[in-house]
Design a protein around this ligand. Structure first.
Ligand code: CMP
Length: 139
């Protein structure tokens, strides 16, 4: 079924001017970018977005990294968009990512891994609502 997922192009990628190359990967996979904005997160915003990870040892580093440069927040729409996006992104750790995936081609490390994508329909809905109003989703 047609689905929506939430995506972030992370600071390591915006800094290296990779927004267009990453968007091309999404579009080639049949994902449509139906909302997109470039913003710079505050630590409070990044901490709230990643609240589920706040007990992890890498939480502080994650928040600091996500605020270090602008990000591009986006909503992707398509057939099985959540799974399709995860396939295009590749494994979280670029060392484990398959050939042709975004993380294989562009990610620097498990932290600086170029993109975030929702892992399930419930988190997709929450993450989309965190960044976008309904009026900003133009399918
Ligand atoms: P993301 O999908 O954005 O969700 C949580 C992020 O935490 C994850 O991608 C990784 O980039 C990051 N992360 C996971 N494990 C580590 C780690 N060991 N060190 C630093 N960052 C990590």
């Amino acid at each position: 079924a047609t689905q929506r997922t939430f995506s972030i192009i992370k600071p390591d990628a915006t800094k290296r001017n990779l927004t267009g190359k990453i968007n091309a990967k999404f579009e080639e996979a049949g994902l449509r970018i139906i909302a997109q904005k470039r913003i710079q997160l505050t630590p409070a915003q990044a901490g709230q977005f990643y609240a589920v990870h706040k007990e992890r040892p890498f939480f502080g580093e994650l928040v600091e990294f996500m605020c270090s440069e602008p990000i591009v927040a986006q909503v992707l729409e398509g057939e099985d968009a959540i799974a399709k996006n995860r396939e295009v992104m590749g494994a979280t750790n670029p060392a484990d990512a398959a050939e042709g995936t975004i993380r294989k081609e562009f990610a620097l490390s498990i932290g600086e891994n170029s993109v975030h994508g929702s892992d399930a329909p419930e988190t997709a809905a929450e993450e989309i609502a965190f960044f976008f109003s309904g009026l900003e989703l133009v399918g």
